[in-house]
Write a protein that binds this ligand. Structure first.
Ligand SMILES: NC(=O)c1ccc[n+]([C@@H]2O[C@H](COP(=O)([O-])OP(=O)(O)OC[C@H]3O[C@@H](n4cnc5c(N)ncnc54)[C@H](O)[C@@H]3O)[C@@H](O)[C@H]2O)c1
Length: 382
């Protein structure tokens, strides 16, 4: 076992306790689970938990994110992994269809890829499954009637919202600022665009590290919340003019366009943490007529030098800074452990027939949220 896979597996305390239980209770005996999920050390821990419950697992990865080391580890441990790392959508599509060709009894989906394809040639006996993401929920919700199976959406659990989006994204974006720049935050002016659950975590982490944080949000209710949380909520351009660090995390496009380049301070760091790389117009900044040179100043940071001698540092080309650049680790193991405990319990409930057929693309049942929360609290207490 490689050290990182072992480290992650060892740190997943909830999954480890569920694994021990599943070895006894065998909720998936005789069942096949099909999945198309990022194959990396944290998901390996989830897959091994389900396998301990008696499941045969047929798994493939997602585009661009499959780690060969994890594939090798899973295969060595009896998991049927289809394909390997690929960035070719046609090849990826073929891998997903190969997973479905095994006619699994349960599907653990990510982005709706498997359930959407299942509808093209359905088979008898699919019991239902889970969907990990918001984008998958959006894709599958209009297909509810055709699907007609219990499908539980993990992202819609409040636990996922606060444990991952707020706490883990906030922490890993802050960690990524330190990792990429090796600079301090005390006394620095940080501007955070977006005060959703991710932005709240980002703002809190920088403030906890003695940064002077301003929050910008188009929603006045969110601005009020930020204000009552003690953040500065002044005007956007006034904040930008003084910013030492700008973080965008809104999920919207065109948050920071190159027309603002003339007003930015020398030495400012621009980072995006929103899903799409269109929040900061990286291409527009690089092509701005005031930019006279661009250098890779350190791994993960490009420095744009302007005519008047200012330096603008762009992190990870405008891609999610906590998942790009040197040694990106993503969200904390504990937050994924919680999310994957929800996955395991939801699949177990469906395998046991405890979720009604009209629960099609609905949030995690409250009883499961409560059980996972209580189990985590018990681990923390002991
Ligand atoms: N980096 C990661 O690891 C990671 C993890 C989870 C989610 N995300 C991404 O982070 C983004 C935010 O997620 P969230 O859950 O906080 O979303 P959210 O919808 O809860 O919050 C987004 C906030 O941005 C505000 N906003 C929208 N347009 C704006 C604009 N033009 N200017 C200022 N504010 C604006 C909205 O009013 C809202 O308050 C999404 O793209 C999400 O996919 C990233």
């Amino acid at each position: 076992m490689t050290s990182r896979i072992a480290w992650v597996a060892d740190s997943c305390r909830l999954l480890n306790s569920i694994t021990a239980e599943f070895r006894e209770t065998r909720p998936f005996d005789g069942l096949t689970i099909g999945t198309g999920i990022h194959l990396e050390p944290k998901t390996a821990a989830l897959i091994m938990t389900l396998a301990a419950g008696g499941a045969r697992i047929v798994a493939t990865g997602n585009l661009n994110t499959t780690q060969q080391e994890t594939v090798d580890y899973l295969r060595a441990n009896g998991i049927d992994v289809v394909g390997g790392p690929t960035s070719d959508p046609v090849e990826h599509d073929a891998h997903l269809r190969e997973v479905l060709a095994a006619k699994p009894d349960l599907i653990l989906d990510n982005g709706g890829d498997l359930f959407a394809r299942y509808l093209e040639s359905p088979w008898e006996g699919l019991l239902g499954g889970t969907e990990e993401t918001t984008s998958g929920r959006t894709r599958l919700a209009p297909l509810r009637e055709a699907l007609g199976l219990p499908i539980l959406v993990i992202n819609d659990s409040p636990i996922k919202q606060f444990a991952e989006n707020e706490h883990a994204v906030g922490q890993s974006v802050f960690e990524s600022y330190l990792r990429l720049t090796n600079r301090s935050t005390g006394g620095k002016r940080i501007v955070v665009f977006g005060y959703g659950s991710c932005g709240q975590g980002v703002a809190a982490n920088f403030r906890n590290a003695y940064g002077l944080v301003t929050v910008i949000d188009t929603d006045p209710v969110k601005r009020l919340e930020a204000c009552l949380d003690g953040f500065d909520v002044t005007d956007r351009d006034a904040a930008l003019e003084r910013a030492d660090v700008v973080v965008t995390v809104t999920g919207a496009r065109d948050i920071l366009l190159a027309d603002r380049l003339p007003m930015l301070k020398d030495d400012v760091v621009l980072m995006n943490a929103g899903h799409f790389p269109q929040e900061i117009d990286a291409a527009g900044f690089l092509a701005h007529p005031d930019v006279v040179s661009v250098i890779d100043s350190t791994e993960g940071l490009q420095t744009l030098r302007t005519r008047d001698g200012r330096r603008i540092h762009l992190a990870t080309g405008g891609h999610m800074a906590n998942l790009a650049g040197p040694r990106p680790l993503g969200n904390s193991i504990e937050s994924m452990d919680l999310g994957f405990a929800l996955q395991s319990r939801c699949l177990e409930a469906i395998a046991r027939g405890a979720v009604s057929a009209d629960s099609v693309v609905v949030p995690v049942p409250r009883t499961i949220d409560e059980a996972v929360a209580s189990a985590y609290l018990e681990l923390v207490a002991n």
